[in-house]
Design a protein around this ligand. Structure first.
Ligand code: DGJ
Length: 615
């Protein structure tokens, strides 16, 4: 188990500790504490004890339910699943079988307020009752003015009254785009905003009445993937007037007050245009897209280069348009959220459809949504929104988690795919409040692998949650072909080598080379698919003790403190937590750890390992 401290190893250690230091620095920035997680105290009352709320712990923000931190092992239902309670009857058993503790369930404005001023509580009451019966929690999604940028869930009485509830216009005043008519309500519609807020207030008042003591409902996502599609901004007459006017003082003051901690993408755009304290949107943030430039279906077509294709998923294009829209969606959402919180104050979040490599221009993704580059704009305009969340289908999972964790934004992933490695990394490394694949009742069922990961995380949750925000918990992910990875945790440096997630690889004896990765096909996957990623959560529970959850990797240990140079596996237990108590299911030695010399972590398996030192 002994390793020499080579120079590349030293560099890796250095990088690892720098990363930790940077994360810690971000976490204590004063700006974040004043502007981020706390609901607007002037608008909403402090949550009574027991009611779901957010609480900081180190550099993490946790969801507290009934006085304890909560880890949401979730899944989002397809959009209309809960519009029929009969349909839901077939879905609850699948959620239970998948080891979910939380379902994200849509409540549509159209169904909730079919006639203006008349509210229908049948669906929401039915969902809450069945969730309780199935020992689950729910996070509601308020599908109202916007869902994926468009307004298909607005009630009929809103849709047809397009004078009272105006639509966006694009290009030179059009309401039809290359891809068809635009059914997008405009943020420049005060009556729309007030009607949405009134309905949402009624929903939250009712949830408070029926759930204020039992806390089945944990949080609410307000709207879904807001933003302008098919143009970079709204070009209706009201929007054009606002765009030609000055950037509102409230936004300018926020930017000045937070100048040192602004998200770099926004700070750079501001600086590139002279860090002006006042001016029109284009004076302060640079040019917007000319109205006659039509958004191509794929924005990597010319003038974009191949390099653009690789990098555009996080570059800003026509920034003043995106920032302008972010500000106006934030103001609108602030009104809706503050009305809901005044009725029942539980955490509320918004979710963003992210920029993609081939959809990089705002408008090819909803322009103005809560994307990382405009997080500060959202903070300034919608201080009552607790979490700015990513719908994370991009392959750059870790990078997106890191970008959504800046300036203390709590991480929660309401939509994603079912990769179990992502669940482990989100919770163990990025302190996520939860993980939630989309469409679990339909085209993205929870398979056995993720169900196993959820069960494992649920058992480890008390230990993980007690350490989130500190350096006693983290996670590692590896793919076939990766070089070994070093992680400094507790008194040891842990070196991970990929062995393959889907096989129980027999450890090799000392002196043999590190286990080679299995070829595709051997690991239980077809040759054309990438082998599944390996991932494990690592928890340091004592000076020489670790718990590991998950695997597909072997671990070698190097001591970081003075003492004998060799590290031995003193005691290795495989086990599980039953009612919070550790139960050993197998004692590991002999063939299962190469006669005590090599520790191999297996998927969805928990190990408790005690190390010792010898000369
Ligand atoms: C993202 C949206 O937020 C969901 O409601 C759903 O439409 C999915 N896309 C479909 O993949």
């Amino acid at each position: 188990m002994r390793m020499k401290l080579t120079s590349s190893f030293a560099v890796l250690l250095c990088v690892a500790s720098l990363t930790v230091a940077c994360a810690a620095q971000e976490a204590v920035s004063p700006a974040q504490n004043t502007s981020v997680a706390a609901p607007d105290a002037t608008v909403v009352a402090q949550a009574p004890a027991g009611i779901p709320h957010l609480q900081k712990q180190g550099n993490a923000t946790q969801l507290i339910v009934d006085g304890k931190p909560y880890l949401a092992m979730g899944g989002e239902l397809s959009n209309n699943a809960a519009t029929s309670l009969e349909n839901m009857d077939t879905i609850w058993p699948k959620l239970v079988a998948g080891n979910l503790n939380t379902a994200l369930v849509g409540v549509t404005w159209a169904q909730f307020e079919p006639v203006e001023g008349q509210f229908n509580y049948v669906q929401v009451d039915g969902v809450i009752a069945k969730a309780r019966e199935n020992h689950m929690h729910v996070i509601l999604i308020w599908f109202a003015s916007w869902k994926n940028g468009t307004s298909s869930f607005a009630p009929y009485w809103v849709k047809k009254d397009y004078q009272r509830f105006p639509r966006i216009q694009i290009n030179d005043g059009k309401t039809v785009s290359l891809s068809g008519p635009l059914e997008l309500l405009s943020t420049f519609g005060d009556e729309t905003r007030d009607a949405d807020a009134k309905a949402f207030g009624a929903l939250m008042k009712h949830v408070g009445e029926v759930d204020g003591t039992q806390h089945t409902v944990l949080m609410v996502q307000v709207e879904n993937e807001v933003g302008v599609l098919r143009d970079t901004r709204d070009r209706s007459p009201a929007a054009n007037r606002a765009y030609a006017g000055p950037v509102p003082a409230k936004l300018m003051q926020y930017m000045e007050a937070h100048q040192d901690s602004l998200i770099p993408e926004l700070r750079d755009v501001w600086a590139a245009n002279g860090t002006k304290k006042t001016g029109t949107w284009e004076e302060v943030f640079g040019p917007g897209k000319p109205a006659d430039v039509v958004i191509p279906i794929q924005t990597t077509s010319p003038p974009m280069s191949a390099l653009d294709h690789m990098t555009n998923w996080q570059s800003l294009h026509w920034p003043s348009d995106e920032i302008f829209m972010a500000w106006n969606y934030a103001l609108y959402l602030q009104k809706v959220v503050e009305t809901g919180k005044a009725a029942y104050n539980i955490p509320m979040f918004v979710n963003g459809w992210l920029q993609q490599a081939n959809h990089a221009w705002p408008g090819s993704f909803p322009s103005g949504g809560p994307l990382p580059e405009v997080h500060d704009v959202w903070r300034a305009g919608a201080p009552s929104v607790d979490i700015l969340a990513p719908d994370l289908y991009l392959e750059y999972f870790d990078e997106v988690c890191a970008r959504f964790s800046r300036n203390g934004n709590p991480l929660f992933i309401p939509e994603t795919s079912t990769n179990p490695a992502n669940a482990i990394v989100a919770v163990g490394k990025y302190n996520s409040i939860g993980f939630s694949p989309f469409g679990i009742d339909g085209n993205r069922p929870i398979g056995a692998d993720l169900a196993g990961t959820y069960s494992m995380l649920e058992q480890l949750a008390p230990m993980i949650l007690a350490r989130q925000g500190s350096d006693a918990v983290t996670a590692v992910r590896m793919s076939q072909g990766d070089a070994p990875k070093n992680v400094k945790l507790g008194n040891y440096t842990l070196t991970f080598t990929y062995t393959g997630r889907n096989m129980r690889l027999a450890p090799q004896t000392r002196g043999q080379s590190v286990a080679s990765p299995p070829p595709p096909g051997v690991a239980g996957v077809s040759g054309s698919e990438a082998p599944p990623e390996a991932a494990a959560v690592l928890i340091a529970t004592g000076p020489d003790e670790y718990y590991f959850g998950g695997g597909g990797m072997r671990v070698d240990f190097t001591a970081n403190s003075p003492g004998p140079g060799n590290v031995g596996l003193g005691d290795v237990q495989e086990g599980k937590f039953v009612d919070g108590k550790w139960v050993v299911t197998r004692q590991i030695a002999g063939d299962d750890d190469a006669q005590g010399e090599i520790l191999v972590l297996h998927p969805n398996t928990i190990l408790r390992v005690t190390l010792y030192r010898y000369p």
